[in-house]
Design a protein around this ligand. Sequence first.
Ligand code: SAH
Length: 340
Amino acid sequence: MKNIKDYNLEELKQELINIGEKPFRAEQIFKWIYQEKIKDFDEMTNISLDLRKKLKENYTMCNYNILRKQESKDGTIKYLFDVLDGNAIETVLMSYHHGYSICVSSQIGCKMGCKFCASTGINFVRSLTSGEIVEQILAVEQDTGVRISNVVFMGIGEPLDNYDNVVGAIRIINNQKGLNIGARHISVSTSGLVPKIYKLAEENIQCTLSISLHATNNEKRSSMMPVNKSFPIEELIQACKDYIAKTNRRISFEYALAKDNNDNLDDAKELVKLLKGMLCHVNLIPINKIENGAYSKSSNESIMKFRDFLNDHGIVATIRRELGSDIDAACGQLRRKNLN
Ligand code: SAH
């Protein structure tokens, strides 16, 4: 059966026309699902019994079961969801003074193989559908009753390796009749799939693009991120410049600081050279050491020196606040958990 949450509004209108219904019903259905956040077709009280029956025969609602829920002392909540085919994914809800942010997964497992990331080393299973991505937000809102205001594609998976479904999900998240979260409150993070960055620039979505950079020369970046061998730094930076020119949006570069690897002032100097003049922001992440990982966290002093160097040389840089590390919910700690 088809998942009704896989369709954006235009597609759902077409689906309804295909089953002999009026397209405006799609807007009513969208409202029930994404604004009223109902879990069952029978709760759609302004839809005739007849149509509800048709909907039930043709579509599922794909409501996730919560397999596990862990709450950090800082209020961060990590969910393990059963995606209904025996697989599980993690999603994290974070609370900030400006509202609630959710970190969603885009794939079951990941192919990228970044050496510092906990999602590496577990088999890639498949990409999530648009509905399976959106469902993470609905399930968390239903469970907690909060209204989520920011969505970051920084959970398990490489969003641009699941391009169509991620863009499809963004259209549902962003649609005023859908979850109605402004594009500027949606961030897509990529390890640097250059052709997809060019493609995203053409989509006319005002979301924020985050680039996982982490190193300033090819040798070092390739040793941390195998994807760099296919798409080296020069090509990546060129794609970013094109993205900025086309969208006029500021790019966020993520740089995870690992002790004695990429955290000294020579690296900072190189970073300034690389990013000088670009409309961008650098997000410094104290690297989280993973099980058997080769990299460990830089000292607070090195991190602050690194940040100050960037700021003193015209690159706006901030240190990302760490949330949820006590429940393995911080950056790079998410994994695909086994059900048993
Ligand atoms: N595949 C995408 C999104 C998932 S990772 C990407 O690579 O961008 C989200 C962010 O967490 C990325 O910037 C990633 O490089 C970073 N990250 C991964 N493992 C980490 C770790 N152990 N410590 C700190 N950040 C990490």
